[in-house]
Design a protein. Structure first.
Length: 242
């Protein structure tokens, strides 16, 4: 299998809540990969370690919000498989996933009701990353998140930066109808709170680089090839069957 290709690694401290201490197994890219491999191993070994893996997987799976009104999600709230994506708009490998892989997943799995994709803003490249995250959230309040996401991840888009004028330009490209509301939403407390919620969740479970993914609680790190996602989705769908 191709090696994963992580983007920027976060330098912020990790905040591990006591109630989710088992999530420390996923700290860092190497640990995410190790966790992925661990769940693929036969269930032999000590009962304690098997129980720990099961508990960890359940905790990560429970992070799927499945909110019908989630503006930063696509797919049915009751889809059997939920892919959670922790990404940054300035991350080159996140852009590669957005352009090359995600559209294929939408076409193959979201449209038939198998998959739901939930976005988590996880900016780690500084002020421009955080501004783009808030702008994406603001576009979502007017049901234009997907269009903004596509415009911000278009080939060559990140090289133009995400200053204020550029974000307005992207909002126009995305068809955001009320640009004055967009500017207010982007600068408002709700945008900051939504961003913090996503960041806190990522840090709590040990996300340290982008893009990072969970497929029904199964960690998948880096810009993996399409086959890695199709295999993970197929496995998760089979496990979700009654």
């Amino acid at each position: 299998m191709s090696s994963s290709k992580p983007g920027k690694t976060s330098k912020k401290p990790l905040h591990i809540a006591a109630g989710v201490a088992l999530a420390a197994l996923t700290l860092g890219l190497v640990s995410w990969q190790a966790s992925t491999a661990a769940t693929d191993r036969p269930s032999g070994g000590s009962g304690a370690s098997a129980a720990a893996r099961t508990d960890l997987s359940a905790q990560l799976k429970a992070l799927a919000r499945r909110e019908s009104g989630d503006k930063l999600a696509v797919g049915r709230a009751d889809a059997p498989v939920v892919l959670i994506e922790y990404s940054d708009f300035l991350c080159g490998y996140c852009g590669k996933f957005a352009r090359d892989t995600e559209p294929e997943l939408v076409k193959k799995y979201v449209e038939d009701g198998t998959l739901r994709i939930e976005w988590r803003n996880f900016p780690i490249f500084g002020a421009d990353s955080e501004a783009a995250a808030k702008a994406a959230w603001a576009a979502g309040q007017q049901d234009r998140f997907s269009a903004f996401h596509a415009a911000a991840y278009a080939d060559g888009a990140k090289e133009k930066g995400f200053g204020g004028a550029r974000l307005l330009e992207l909002a126009e490209q995305a068809g955001v109808p009320d640009l004055e509301r967009f500017k207010k939403d982007m600068a408002g407390e709700q945008a900051a709170a939504a961003l913090k919620k996503d960041q806190d969740e990522g840090y709590r479970i040990g996300v340290t680089s982008t893009p990072s993914f969970l497929v029904n609680g199964q960690p998948l790190a880096g810009a993996q090839p399409l086959d890695a996602f199709t295999a993970a989705i197929a496995k998760a769908e089979a496990a979700a069957r009654p």
